[in-house]
Design a protein around this ligand. Structure first.
Ligand code: SF4
Length: 542
């Protein structure tokens, strides 16, 4: 038996760490899950590892934007005197394995791809002092210190993979337990900016996506409800949907049947969809039988230019249909707009602003497409000589000078609203979630006016944002001078913060009213949205 520390973000249950923890347990090893969500966790996490002295530390490098934090963590761990094996994995770790082992002697290895089997075998070998060279799925250093790969690992069989470790108290909304899970891995699409698509592409030839048996998924859900009080199941599948509307209807019905057969109590689900997946028939099943209370719809862009640059395999009419379907079913949906990409023009921005105005009652957020490791978009930008920085954080300038100026000005105005866990754009999604949880689980106490209030909050956010963006676009189109920029930013910032103050106050009042009525647990409005990953932005590159 060997003891392992698994370090990573745990804002919600981190499934990548927890799948590894259960695979380690199946081999007789023990593990600690050490949360590192932000600066305040840094010292305590180091102290905990030094105290428990594991033989192996595994660091989750899923998010490129947090990689530097975790590299600093590995450095601090070594400085504190840790002498065990340090490995890392995840999407970013996989794509940047060579660079990491070249630049950071603190790491002994990198586990690439889906690493349950690789990590467990590595732990077997470290625990018994055996060499690691024969384990597929690793990056190591040779005698001369040069990084090399031991080859692509066999992907785990989802039918036999142990369910993720569920230690600890689950998150909850008004006392209803929330847990993430996956019913599949991979995505059938191939968007140019997406590290998920690039990651699964590495495994080709083979399936772009693999599905779990619905009966196994149902068994995991019922077990979680009975043992942990989970009522809200957040599906974090790369893509919850398969290509083919009929197939989705059949799969969702089969999952609902399996849940009923197993006697699940009242429950709700949260899913993500591509706009192309959204049809009235599919979403009726999703809402009625799988009891979806929230769906993230990956709109990303409504401009033909953006849809082409991002290789979305979707059309504007499908974006509009997706919103209309959600609206007609009164299903809470939310989306992000990648308003800025390398080819964005002012006209594309205007098209996307029109889309935001078309769907104002659905919470949305916007930002720039970042260049993630392993993606076709990064490769394209590198080939065009347009990347600045290094593998830790690539930066770029939009090709269209006017669009770049809109981007720079808008980021100065919207930074506080759009980015980070505490950004109001994220908090409002929590408020909307509170309303839906209340409506679903306590219909007898629910008042329809709260749903309308929630929509009004989102509308106020969207429209104040769109108004401000439009004024910025007009300033740029009119050739506003550089010396006038400060005044513009100051004016827009004042207007935006005023709108946000009003929305924040109303959201808190609404959450208080909901809580006073339901009299159980806490609303997500207070504790932050724990069921959505906040929009990310790249760190500034000097
Ligand atoms: S649909 Fe989503 S998960 Fe699939 S490739 Fe596109 S961005 Fe990635």
């Amino acid at each position: 038996m060997t003891h392992v520390a698994l370090v990573g973000p745990e804002i919600e249950e981190n499934l990548s760490l927890r799948y590894i923890a259960s695979s380690l347990a199946a081999r007789g090893h023990t593990s600690d899950i050490v949360a590192f969500n932000g600066p305040t966790d840094f010292g305590p996490a180091i102290a905990r590892i030094m105290e428990t002295n594991p033989a192996v530390v595994g660091i989750s490098l899923a998010f490129q934007w947090r990689a530097s934090d975790f590299f600093a963590f590995a450095v601090a761990l070594r400085e504190a005197g840790f002498r065990g094996h340090v490995t890392a994995g995840g999407h970013f770790g996989t794509f940047a394995a060579r660079e990491i082992l070249t630049d950071f002697p603190e790491f002994d290895s990198i586990c690439v791809q889906e690493a349950e089997e690789t990590f467990a075998t590595l732990t077997d070998h470290v625990g018994t002092g055996r060499a690691l060279e024969g384990i597929a799925g690793l990056w190591l250093r040779d005698a001369g210190g040069t990084a090399y790969s031991t080859g692509h690992p066999a992907l785990p069989d989802l039918a036999t993979l142990p369910w993720p470790d569920r230690r600890g108290e689950p998150a909850a909304c008004f006392g209803h337990g929330i847990a993430p899970l996956v019913s599949s891995r991979g995505c059938y699409a191939k968007c140019s900016f997406c590290c998920i698509a690039a990651w699964h592409e590495q495994s080709l030839p083979g399936k772009r996506y693999r599905l779990r048996d619905v009966d196994d998924v149902a068994a995991e859900m019922v077990e979680m409800q009975r043992t942990r009080g989970i009522d809200i199941f957040v599906f974090h599948d790369d893509n919850f949907f398969v290509p083919g509307h009929r197939k989705n209807i059949d799969r969702f019905n089969a999952l609902a049947d399996a849940l009923e057969r197993r006697g699940i109590g009242d429950f709700a689900t949260v899913v993500k969809a591509r706009p192309t997946d959204v049809t009235p028939a599919v979403f009726e099943v999703l809402k009625k039988r799988l009891r979806a209370i929230r769906c993230y719809i990956g709109i990303e862009t409504d401009a033909d230019q953006g849809l082409s640059t991002l290789q979305r395999w979707a059309q504007s009419k499908q974006n509009h249909r997706a919103i209309e379907v959600a609206r007609s079913l009164d299903l809470y949906a939310c989306f992000n707009m990648l308003l800025f990409d390398p080819d964005t023009t002012v006209e594309s921005i205007e098209t996307n602003l029109a889309f935001m105005r078309f769907a104002p009652e659905f919470p949305s957020n916007f930002g720039r497409v970042e260049l993630y490791a392993g993606t076709p978009l990064l490769a394209r930008m590198a080939a065009e000589g347009r990347c600045r920085g290094d593998y830790l954080s690539w930066d770029y300038t939009l090709g269209d000078a006017r669009a770049e100026r809109v981007f720079q000005l808008s980021m100065r105005c919207f930074d506080e609203r759009n980015f980070g866990v505490d950004a109001l754009a994220n908090r409002i999604m929590g408020t909307r979630f509170d309303i839906e949880v209340f409506r679903h689980f306590h219909p007898d106490l629910f008042r329809q006016e709260w749903a309308e209030e929630g929509k009004a909050l989102s509308r106020a956010m969207t429209l104040s944002g769109a108004d401000s963006l439009e004024r910025i676009v007009r300033f740029v189109k009119d050739g506003g001078s550089a010396s006038a920029e400060e005044a513009l930013v100051a004016e827009e910032t004042t207007k935006l913060r005023a709108a946000e103050d009003a929305v924040r106050g109303n959201a808190r009042d609404l959450a208080r009213t909901l809580l006073a009525t339901v009299k159980r647990g806490k609303p997500l409005t207070w504790i932050g949205d724990r069921v959505a990953t906040p929009l990310q932005k790249a760190r500034e590159v000097a």
